[in-house]
Design a protein around this ligand. Structure first.
Ligand code: OXD
Ligand code: MN
Length: 599
């Protein structure tokens, strides 16, 4: 068997750092991850032996595994997540800030000897296609095989990455230890000035798969500002028309608003005759660069999905069901004694003999002592699957240059206010639309569910620097790019008087995307409203979808009084972001108010 304790690189910056981190964490041994199937299989076996993961039924879930996190470690911990830079103002009003010296010193106490009796794994990874000018290299040191196995799915990993890095010092230093999983001592620390991430006392994906939220959003957004590009919490999707033309959109929604479903949309029956085909590039993160053609081009830095399981079934997302059919790690779902998995909103019945996400005997309909239903899967339970397994995975996934973006789409869960879709009046108005996004809380974050919170660009938990400076950076990108994408806002979640959803969503959302692309090309029917261009009554192709005219009217209605209240709320939000708020967005707010009073 290969000796994986032998270093896979002679990079002295890497060696020095690993030595220092090992001196702090005191692992029993250091193992290098080479990206081979042989090593992955050995790690799977070892983790099954220790009980860290459980192998699932090989016929029903080939090469798939089950894992439970600690019950107090089931979501990103925003209150324990910090940007650690020299000046507090650089972190801004929306981030928790720590002085870097103090953050390192405190966390070092939690890392000290935390890997005694454990192995430190060295996981080299590339966010973006290996060697692409878009891409960034990271190395994660972790004491968790679960993390290694997830990283092998989520990113391009292994020896090839180290070969590309060569002797360069240009890599993100990511240190993770489960330590004791003590929630009080949990810290997710970002040091953008040192290109470093430290995560300790957690084993939950968003806190520990450090290539994802920590590097590809928080650290990358900081880098992107310095280097003139964008690191965004966006899905990327290609829409192919029957004539073969493929146009790409990037869309930002707060967590658990159906981003993964939209990224894998299946055209509805009524539009199938038009011959649309959807190509999935990514469901969570986009790195976007202005190019010499004046357009913005995007890659998905990730290579896998870390999708929310509950609610996923062959109606809501058939492509995700196919994607998850093999080589998948399920976390915190229901485990059947027959080695199958299940979650609320899954296809079919729960396994007869099952354990819930806490490992307790469970069956559907069980109630707690207060008569409340006990759910089998945690609301934020996940499936980690390779992107390549998605039936709609794009043929341009590994293209070093990515895809050109024709439209940006922002969205949120608004019960009443926002119409189904509207188009902004121009770039800075589009930035205003992104900056004023709002949605309801979901179980992917700690906190009260159902509460509406502003979530600019869906980046509130992920922007690695001052949010007001981030808005200004977006304004500037529109100045650098000669042909920036048009900017839209959608709301799939508007409710009627009886509180039911007005729009069927899922595949039917293609009708809205069709209009978006028409508008991006300067076509499509629209009427001017105070908030932007809204489709005319007949602008959306509704072939095969019966919606009563009053429902369509309600979906597209702009309620001036409600928007005046919204404008007041946006102003309060902008005020809360401190003195760096760009004047362009203040002007846009004034413009909105003016139109609301005048139209
Ligand atoms: C996610 C999130 O996990 O946004 O993607 O919370
Ligand atoms: Mn996300």
């Amino acid at each position: 068997m290969t000796d994986w304790t032998q270093p896979l690189s002679t990079n002295r910056h890497l060696a020095t750092w690993i030595e220092e981190m090992a001196a702090l964490c005191l692992p029993d041994q250091i193992v290098w991850i080479d990206g081979s199937d042989e090593q992955r299989d050995a790690l799977r076996e070892e983790a099954c032996r220790t009980g860290e993961i459980t192998a699932l039924n090989p016929e029903k879930h080939p090469d798939s595994y089950y894992h439970r996190t600690h019950p107090l470690d089931v979501a990103r911990t925003e209150d324990k997540t910090f940007i650690c830079c020299r000046r507090e103002a650089d972190a801004g009003a929306t981030n928790n800030w720590k002085n870097p010296e103090e953050a390192y010193t405190e966390a070092a106490n939690f890392f000290r000897a935390s890997m005694r009796g454990r192995t430190m794994y060295v996981v080299p990874f590339s966010m973006g296609p290996i060697g692409s000018p878009f891409s960034k290299v990271g190395v994660e040191l972790t004491d968790s095989i679960y993390v290694v196995l997830n990283m092998l799915i989520m990113c391009r990993t292994g020896k090839q990455v180290l070969d590309t890095l060569g002797s360069s010092n240009d890599f993100t230093r990511c240190l993770h230890s489960k330590a004791s999983l003590d929630p009080e001592k949990r810290r997710i620390l970002h040091f953008p000035e040192d290109n470093t991430i430290w995560s300790v006392n957690s084993g939950y994906g968003g806190n520990v798969l450090l290539g994802k939220k920590c590097l590809a959003l928080r650290i990358a957004s900081w880098m992107a500002r310095q280097e003139g590009w964008l690191a965004e919490h966006m899905l990327i999707l290609g829409i192919e028309e029957p004539n073969g033309r493929i146009e790409y959109v990037a869309a930002a929604f707060p967590s658990a608003c159906g981003k993964t479903n939209l990224a894998m949309l299946i055209p509805p029956e009524g539009l199938k005759s038009k011959g649309y085909r959807i190509w999935t590039i990514g469901d969570d993160i986009a790195w976007i660069r202005p190019d010499t053609d004046g357009r913005l081009w995007a890659v998905n830095p990730e290579y896998g999905f870390f999708g929310v399981a509950p609610g996923t079934n062959s109606k809501t997302n058939p492509s995700m069901m196919t994607t998850m059919a093999k080589n998948t790690i399920f976390t915190n779902v229901v485990l059947g004694k027959d080695g199958t998995v299940w979650w609320e909103g899954c296809d079919g019945d729960a396994p007869a003999d099952a354990l819930d996400w806490l490992g307790r005997p469970w069956h559907p309909g069980m109630k707690d002592k207060d008569g409340k239903e006990i759910l089998g899967a945690h609301g934020n339970s996940r499936a980690t699957s390779p992107l390549r397994q998605c039936p709609s995975a794009s043929f341009r996934l590994d293209h070093h240059h990515g895809v050109p973006i024709s439209a940006f789409i922002f969205g949120g869960r608004r019960n009443a206010l926002a119409p189904l879709v509207y188009e902004s009046y121009g770039w800075s108005h589009g930035v205003f639309v992104g900056a004023s996004m709002a949605s309801e809380r979901t179980s992917a974050q700690y906190g009260k569910q159902g509460e509406v919170r502003r979530d600019p660009f869906a980046m509130l938990p992920f922007c690695g620097y001052n949010m007001a400076d981030y808005f200004k950076h977006w304004i500037n990108i529109g100045r650098i790019a000669k042909h920036p994408p048009k900017v839209f806002h959608v709301n799939w979640f508007r409710r009627g008087k009886d509180n039911s959803f007005l729009w069927p969503g899922y595949g039917e959302n293609l009708r809205v995307l069709e209009w978006v692309l028409q508008r991006a090309r300067g076509e499509g029917e629209a009427r001017e409203t105070p908030i932007g261009y809204v489709p005319t009554d007949s602008a959306l192709d509704m072939t095969g979808l019966e919606l009563a005219p009053d429902i369509m009217d309600e979906l597209l209605r702009v309620d001036n009084d409600a928007w005046k209240e919204e404008a007041a709320d946006i102003e309060k939000f902008f005020d809360s972001l401190g003195p760096h708020m760009p004047w362009e967005l203040r002007n846009e707010l004034e413009g909105l108010r003016h139109r609301l009073n005048g139209m």
